[in-house]
Design a protein around this ligand. Structure first.
Ligand code: LRH
Ligand code: MN
Length: 394
């Protein structure tokens, strides 16, 4: 198969979901730098995501966060559906919020107070009902639950509560829905986090039911962890449900994909492609972005992210899997490694431009965006309402 055919095939089958929260003003605990053009309403978030889809052709769905995008809960569904239809994108994964309400100080599903656990379960149920109303397949669960001091939490008891409540959440899903369990080693909890790594998420997913899978957020790993090995294991166990892609230098930095370690992302894409080649199956993976653009322009950062994702996905499609498998079998280490390095060092940008031309998409989406005048338009619309309501750390 020629390079461009492999690249075309890989890009034809690659969609990546943008997060609504990636277009809003976000910050760190040390503050939030407001951007005049940042989206504040769900209609604006969907409009901006649709702009990225129009320019790249590969972001037909937008991930939604219940508390941020559905202030009226189920009653907000119609407004979101209208905005999505008007902008030519579809609602994607639905993310409940088990971390912002004051009652969640000592946890949600893991909270010793059964009234708080019941509240969290009710929120999970409402989020699934919202997903059903939207026609969204995935409900993506992340829990900030944990503790900050040794001895302050009964880790085994909290595990039991998670097993019970995740099973009851699973029971709410309809036949074509999935629940994705996202793990994270720390932050905001700094002693233990109840779902801290892939193994804990995998065991909880298995215990919850067959519609439960694991979500791998690339920023949720210690810097020395081999993320692609985790991906390979989850694929082998048919437990990999999706990714939250971002990049980091230290911890959950939520930087733009490939800005620090593009070879890391390439190795992850390689493991999924190698699995598909070996099994002859299309892995059922939700590719999603989870970033917060504190300094970069929100839309530019999203276009940059999608373009890098396409490039790394295309490079991974160039790995000669038969040659690699033979080298692995022969323990020919150098030949095997070169299969990946040759693909990674191949400039796929000309083939990607060809693919975009064939799809009547701009050859350079970033340049097209800058020449579109869209940013000036939304800045003029949105800047007037921007007050210096910056949050202070203390
Ligand atoms: C937690 C997380 C989770 C989201 C949030 C915005 O760090 O990765 O996926 O809910 O970021
Ligand atoms: Mn995430």
């Amino acid at each position: 198969m020629s390079h461009s055919t492999a690249v075309f095939d890989a890009l034809d089958r690659f969609h990546i979901e943008l997060p609504s929260w990636g277009f809003a003003d976000t910050g760190t605990r040390f503050g939030k730098y407001l951007q005049p053009a940042a989206a504040a309403t769900i209609a604006e978030k969907i409009q901006d995501a649709a702009q990225v889809h129009a320019l790249t052709g590969v972001c037909p769905t937008i991930a939604l966060h219940v508390q941020w995008d559905f202030p009226e809960g189920l009653a907000s569904v119609a407004q979101v559906q209208t905005a999505a239809q008007r902008n030519g994108v579809r609602p994607g994964s639905v993310n409940p919020n088990f971390f912002e309400d004051q009652e969640y100080k000592f946890g949600s599903f893991g909270n010793p107070d059964e009234r708080v656990r019941a509240k969290a379960l009710e929120h999970a149920r409402e989020s699934i009902a919202i997903a059903k109303a939207l026609g969204s397949r995935d409900v993506s669960l992340w829990f900030a639950d944990g503790s900050n001091y040794p001895g302050s939490a009964n880790i085994r008891q909290r595990k039991k509560w998670f097993e019970e409540l995740l099973a009851r959440t699973h029971a709410e899903l309809n036949a074509d829905q999935r629940m994705l369990i996202e793990y994270k080693p720390f932050e905001p909890a700094f002693y233990h986090t109840d779902i801290a790594d892939w193994g804990m998420a995998a065991m909880l997913a298995r215990a919850a039911g067959e519609r439960a899978k694991v979500l791998v957020d690339t920023g949720h790993h210690y810097s020395s962890q081999n993320i692609e090995q985790i991906v390979a294991w989850l694929l082998a166990e048919n437990l990999l449900g999706g990714f939250h892609f971002n990049d980091r230098r230290y911890a959950d930095d939520d930087l733009t994909l490939g800005s620090i370690d593009p070879y890391q992302v390439f190795r992850i894409f390689h493991e999924t492609r190698f699995f598909e080649w070996e099994t002859g199956t299309a892995a059922d993976i939700a590719y999603m972005i989870d970033q917060s653009h504190n300094l970069k322009g929100k839309i530019e950062a999203a276009i940059q992210t999608v373009s890098i994702a396409q490039e790394l996905r295309a490079k991974a499609a160039l790995v000669d899997h038969a040659r690699l498998a033979a080298a692995q079998q022969a323990a020919d280490i150098v030949r095997a490694e070169c299969c990946l390095q040759d693909a990674f060092s191949t400039d796929v940008r000309p083939a990607i431009r060809e693919w975009r031309a064939a799809k009547r998409l701009p050859a350079d989406p970033m340049q097209a965006f800058r020449e579109s005048g869209y940013l000036d338009r939304i800045t003029a619309e949105r800047a007037p309402r921007k007050s210096a309501n910056r949050s202070t750390y203390a």
